[in-house]
Write a protein that binds this ligand. Structure first.
Ligand code: SF4
Length: 222
């Protein structure tokens, strides 16, 4: 079980006991941190976000998250600020480990790089900034067949709050249902048919197959 967190929520009124609760339930924390530099993080997320994120990470470390032997896993997530592919995951992991450790004494278990998908708010930003065509060319031009093997829709399903099934959470955001003829609701779950299903793809899928590939477990081709 994982908790996807933006870190600052862990300091917000009404949520401050969340870290202890998550630790008690042995839940992995997967937290966004756009950069190990304050100026870059604040430029993307807003003034003061970096300082709050560091405070939240210190609280998590204090509970054992990210500490060797604790069994409490702390995963950081990086996604590019602009219309570019993420850098190499292992190289960035090493840089985060060095900088966060030296500057703030922060430890974590692993860092995942995730490609920005050309949907929702990021798509709006691309179109507004005039970067849409170029970004799609980047994704298509960087298509990596080896990444197709590991795209998350091949092994997982996304379940909506109302029980509807989707190939992934991106398709869920886009309201793209499973292919016709398949069970479309969790009450009709059929592992045999759903495990063999054709996936509903669209142009945003190039976000999963560009460069080293991308999914909820970070880069696909390491
Ligand atoms: S965006 Fe496309 S390739 Fe990526 S997980 Fe969803 S369906 Fe699969």
């Amino acid at each position: 079980m994982i908790d996807r967190s933006n870190l600052t929520i862990l300091l917000a009124p009404g949520y401050q006991d969340l870290p202890e609760f998550l630790a008690g339930e042995q839940v992995e924390v997967v937290a966004s941190l756009p950069c190990y530099l304050a100026e870059n993080t604040d430029a993307q997320r807003g003034d003061g976000v970096f300082a709050k994120s560091i405070e939240a990470l210190r609280r998590l470390n204090g509970l054992g998250y990210g500490r060797r032997g604790s069994g409490l896993c702390l995963t950081l997530v990086y996604n590019p600020v602009g219309p570019t592919l993420p850098p190499d995951q292992a190289t960035l992991d090493a840089a985060y480990r060095l900088e966060l450790g030296a500057r703030y004494g922060i430890e974590f278990n692993r860092l995942l790089t995730i490609t920005n998908m050309p949907i929702s708010r990021f798509l709006v930003d691309l179109v507004r900034g005039g970067h849409y065509e170029k970004y799609m060319e980047t994704l298509v031009g960087a298509f990596k067949p080896a990444a197709v093997v590991g795209v998350m829709c091949r092994t997982t399903l996304s379940v909506g709050w109302d029980g509807r099934l989707f190939d992934c959470d991106f398709n869920q955001m886009l309201e793209l249902p499973l292919a016709p003829g398949l069970p479309h609701h969790i009450r009709d779950f059929d592992p045999g048919r759903l495990g063999q299903r054709p996936v509903v793809t669209h142009q945003h899928c190039f976000g999963c197959t560009a460069g080293r590939g991308s999914g909820c477990q970070g880069a696909i081709v390491l």
